[in-house]
Design a protein around this ligand. Sequence first.
Ligand SMILES: Nc1ncnc2c1ncn2[C@@H]1O[C@H](COP(=O)(O)OP(=O)(O)O)[C@@H](O)[C@H]1O
Ligand SMILES: [Mg+2]
Length: 359
Amino acid sequence: MLFDIHPKETIDSLYGRDDDLSHLINHIENRRWIAILGTRMVGKTSLLKAGKSKIEQKKIPVLYINLWGVSSIKGLLGGIVYAINDSLNPVKKFKRYFNQINGIQVGPLGITIEKRKEPLSLTSEILSVLGNNIDELVIMLDEVQELQYVTAHLVKLLANIFATLPNITFCFTGSYFGLVKSLLEPRFDSPLYGRSPARISIRPFIRDVSSNFLIAGFSENNLRILEKDCDEVVDKFNGIPGWLTLYGNAVVISRLSHEDALKYVEKEAFKIQRSVIKHYLEGRNSKLHMTILRAVAAQSTWADLKGSVKAVTGKTINDATLKNIIDALTSSFLIEKTNSIYHTIDPVLRRFLLRGNLI
Ligand SMILES: Nc1ncnc2c1ncn2[C@@H]1O[C@H](COP(=O)(O)OP(=O)(O)O)[C@@H](O)[C@H]1O
Ligand SMILES: [Mg+2]
């Protein structure tokens, strides 16, 4: 169902992403590692999970791991163990191999790990066991930027897998910053140098696709959306499938009126944007980043941005610092530049930032 608010898990429910999906499958079939990039709610997880179902139809096993909020290798290991128990039937298939690993127990419900074992080497051993005993394995790490504090460990682990287990293919999603940048543009001294994954950048739907998505979702439920309502939704939530889905769900499933549904989506979307911005500001100079973000929301040129910083902080920002901040915001898929004007990608984020109290 198109208006299901969970990430889509089947090809049939993934709308308007045929090209992205075929790129994903194609790369996986060629054992090329892939990074799926894009703004929040644009459909990265849905693409990944629809891809998972398609790959599984070809009898290739897939481990899907959601890393949101996971910041350590121990957390990654926990996610891998969960995914193995969920999708690989380890008790039947790999019991004797896992039993050989010191620190792992195989019980009736799957594998468990001993708390005291060092997580990095255990992760590496588990992946070796799988890679050496399965013809082909795909591992999907959703929101991999969460592991940025352990970048060096992760890059080493991945480089080792790349070199020794060519039958394991990784797919990543995340913001193009920090860790993801280290994966996509490894420096010459990085163990991943020359091995960077292919990129799939997911764009918001164009206008026509947004309208057709809404029409198709209504029609699935034997309903029709008025043209003027459809135009208004598309104007307000331009191209972000997550907001369009939430609107459709509110009208079709929760039976809200068009006006109430618009208000509801705006409110829910603001909550999500608040958490996105909060997360983005962690460990950063929030005053400066927020000043620039707000100026971007009002659509600014480079000179406008410098003027805004001066007006708010009383200080002149130098070009290098401004460039760093703009790069960070762009890489996190919060903003982009069109014809020398910086603006937010998501119109909801623009409205959220231009309101008064934020965080
Ligand atoms: N191509 C699509 N077709 C149908 N629904 C989609 C599509 N892309 C995203 N959605 C819906 O939008 C919401 C956000 O999608 P999700 O995959 O979680 O985005 P992301 O991982 O980029 O934040 C979910 O409710 C999902 O069902
Ligand atoms: Mg996601």
